[in-house]
Design a protein around this ligand. Structure first.
Ligand code: PLP
Length: 366
């Protein structure tokens, strides 16, 4: 999002070049014992970052969306009731994907810019098979309370599974899969982990595993088959499924290693401090923040485009004159909201100050 052009640069703009450097190492074969060691360690690192002991934790081969698709493909039987909390684009996408796998989808719409309301989600259906929500809505910059949602769901109906989209939350704000009682979650690599897009970290509880569809209508995303490769099938032997993207997994391994070396509390703090600085700077410029107060993501700040300002022109100037990429709004907010990410190595005070200064200059508010 912000300064994406520099995201992969190992130069002075990026103090965390490990993930990029890993891409340049000699390629390992997907059955090479050294690669398998890296894969196992990547899964361990994912478990740590996600706060889970789930044995079934692995990077799926594909971008974040494939995590979403795998979750619904492996859990939904035609006619299953799936309640989806929708408060932005990615909740909308969950509705679409769940429906394609035959779910009887009950959507609970919220105003964009607001967090999800666990009580309303709960009231939507007495005993759904699955309740799904986005932890960090990238389309609006809103954080929802997944812990509260999962606690409410499990307290009422222990058989209902909870699915969380953690694409923009992983390694940016705290995620505690086991403590919160989340049964399934997926993420992306390109946000706060700071690795190129291309993998979808995925985790599922034993409970979810027991309830999965035995033969889902997709071969590639059949977690039963993939699991035999990653963790070993009957007898522990790994069974070939598809050729793992070894360079990407080596890069994720390095990116997660960097995050764990810095330490999760320090990483979360860095995102929080940079996000707060950006929000303050934007307010000082007289701009109005979009996401509901108290529920704003530090790693993705949304702000209203001032009246009379051409959103696209400002974004183009930021990119061309300052090398800064900020996102346009989504859907009905396409021309009226900007989305500014300070993720991964960009979650730094100097980055926050740079965006504010550049925006001030471009808007003529310096
Ligand atoms: N979910 C959320 C919250 C996202 O922000 C994104 C992408 O930005 C996705 C899902 C889809 O991920 P991808 O674009 O990597 O497929």
């Amino acid at each position: 999002m912000l300064v994406d052009r520099l995201l992969l640069g190992p130069g002075p703009s990026n103090p965390y070049p490990e993930a990029t450097e890993a891409l340049a190492r000699p390629l390992l074969g997907h059955l090479d014992p050294e690669f398998l060691r890296i894969l196992d360690e990547t899964n361990d690192r994912l478990r740590t970052v996600w706060g889970t002991s789930n044995a079934r934790t692995l990077p799926l081969s594909g971008t974040g969306s494939i995590g979403m698709e795998a979750a619904f493909a492996n859990m939904v039987r035609p006619g299953d009731v799936v309640v989806v909390a929708v408060n932005g684009l990615f909740g909308e996408r969950m509705v679409d994907v769940a429906g394609r796998y035959g779910a009887d989808v009950v959507r609970v719409d919220h105003d964009w810019g607001q967090p999800i309301d666990a009580e309303r989600v709960l009231a939507a259906h007495p005993a759904p098979a699955l309740v799904a929500a986005v932890h960090a809505e990238t389309s609006t910059g809103v954080r929802s309370d997944i812990a509260a949602l999962a606690a409410a769901v499990h307290a009422r109906e222990p058989d209902t599974l909870v699915l969380a989209d953690c694409v923009t939350s992983i390694a940016g704000i705290p995620v505690e899969i086991d403590e919160w009682g989340v049964d399934l979650a997926y993420a992306g690599t390109q946000k706060c982990i700071g690795v190129a897009p291309g993998l979808a970290p995925f985790t599922m509880s034993e409970r979810a595993w027991q309830r999965r569809v035995e033969r889902p209508p997709t071969w590639y995303l059949d977690l039963g088959l993939i699991g035999n490769y990653v963790a070993g099938g009957a007898g522990g032997a790994r069974v070939y499924h598809h050729t793992a993207p070894t360079a990407m997994i080596a890069s994720l391994h390095a990116g997660l290693g960097r995050v764990l070396e810095e330490g999760l509390p320090a990483v979360y703090d860095r995102h929080a401090v940079a996000g707060a600085r950006l929000a303050d700077g934007l307010r000082d410029l007289g701009l109005e923040l979009f996401a509901a107060a108290g529920h704003r993501l530090p790693e993705l700040t949304t702000v209203r485009v001032p009246d009379g300002v051409d959103s696209a022109k400002v974004r183009t100037r930021l990119l061309e004159e300052y090398g800064i990429e900020i996102g346009a709004g989504v859907g009905q907010y396409a021309g009226s909201v900007w989305r500014i990410g300070l993720m991964g190595h960009n979650a730094r005070l100097d980055r926050a100050d740079l965006v504010v200064a550049a925006l001030a200059a471009v808007l003529g508010r310096a």
